[in-house]
Design a protein around this ligand. Structure first.
Ligand code: PHE
Length: 348
């Protein structure tokens, strides 16, 4: 037994890793190992001898087991620390950048306008881009032979259908859909189409935001108050607005609305063409014929309507010089825009 122990100590000295150690364990403690070999000698002994031999062999087995376990533990620790130092993660290494998307400047303006009007109790509604002549023109007081139809060169799809030239048809649709013929307060953002040669300030497809309020006793003063809030919110608290007479077939009176120049504070600059004022939208009191076409009694109800171009608002507000930037999907413009938000166009 002493020999076995000495042999074990020698073998353990040679052990370099867990796999060597396992070989040693099998050699001594395995089914055909040295301890088992000794155990099998038991049958040749007398009962007396069996007892002391049994005790000794069990002690030896325990001792060997402990020695192997101890070595196993220290080998495991060693392997673990080697692995940890080898597989070390360098947390100072820069990660892979995730490219972040951002809102398109037009959507930003549209959402800003929506939020403002929602806060004043308006609903946001939409209408179809492929529209009937009936809603785009006729119900807006533009009968078939009306000369003002020429002012809006349209993309007709059939005799009856065209790509809407304005968001105003949503006025007609909303009045028609309102079965109680009660008050209405809506804005309607969306795309519109006109035959135009594209250049820095013209596009055959652009956006409008329509507004419509109908109630008893609505007056031009309500329109002015509402648009004043709008102008201050979009262009700054110091802004004032002014009305100029204009013409739209679906409003009477019709007006064009200017905002005092936010660039030069009305002193005169290139943006306001030295007038101190910038035109921002068209508006007016809903024409009695439009109310009638929508099933409203013009003696009971009055309304105001307005239409604005978010492209124009974004160009003024952010100093963007070319309307085509909005549609070319040039990532440099979009990145630039996000970087300079509220600043000026890189080309200016
Ligand atoms: N639809 C008009 C346009 O496209 C704008 C407008 C809307 C004017 C509502 C008055 C009232 O020019």
């Amino acid at each position: 037994m002493q020999n076995i122990k000495e042999e074990l100590l020698l073998k353990l000295k040679e052990v370099k890793n867990l796999s060597d150690l396992n070989d040693v364990r099998v050699l001594f403690l395995g089914k055909k190992g040295k301890i088992q070999e000794k155990m099998s000698l038991m049958s040749t002994l007398s009962n007396e001898e069996k007892k002391s031999f049994g005790q000794e062999i069990n002690l030896l087995k325990e001792e060997i087991t402990n020695l192997i376990e101890e070595l196993k533990f220290s080998l495991e620790q060693k392997e673990l620390s080697e692995k940890l130092s080898k597989d070390k993660i360098d947390i100072s290494l820069p990660g892979t950048k995730i490219v972040k998307g951002s809102k398109h400047p037009l959507n930003k303006v549209i959402e800003e306008v929506e939020e403002l009007f929602i806060s004043m109790g308006y609903d946001v509604v939409t209408g179809p881009e492929i529209e009937k002549d009936l809603y785009n023109f006729e119900k807006l007081n533009l009968p078939k032979d009306h000369p003002a139809r020429d002012a809006q060169d349209s993309f007709y799809l059939t005799e009856e259908y065209l790509l809407r030239t304005q968001t105003s048809p949503v006025q007609a649709r909303t009045m028609e859909n309102n079965l109680e013929k009660g008050p209405i307060r809506i804005i309607c953002p969306g795309k519109v189409y006109r035959r135009d040669n594209d250049d820095a300030t013209h596009s055959h497809q652009f956006h409008q935001i329509e507004g419509l309020v109908i109630d008893e006793n609505i007056s031009l003063a309500h329109l002015k108050g509402t648009l004043e809030v709008f102008a201050k919110r979009m262009f700054g608290n110091e802004r004032e607005i002014r009305f100029r007479p204009s013409f739209f077939p679906f409003t009477e009176p019709s007006i064009e609305v200017d905002v005092s120049c936010f660039k030069c504070n009305s002193k005169g600059c290139s943006i306001c063409k030295n007038t101190g004022w910038i035109e921002i939208l068209g508006a007016g009191m809903v024409h009695p014929n439009v109310l009638l076409a929508g099933g409203y009694d013009p003696n009971k109800y009055k309304g105001f309507a307005f239409g604005m171009g978010p492209e124009r608002i974004a160009m003024l507000k952010y100093g963007i010089s070319d309307i085509r930037h909005f549609y070319s999907n040039d990532i440099r413009f979009l990145n630039d825009f996000n970087r300079i938000e509220g600043g000026v166009d890189s080309e200016d």
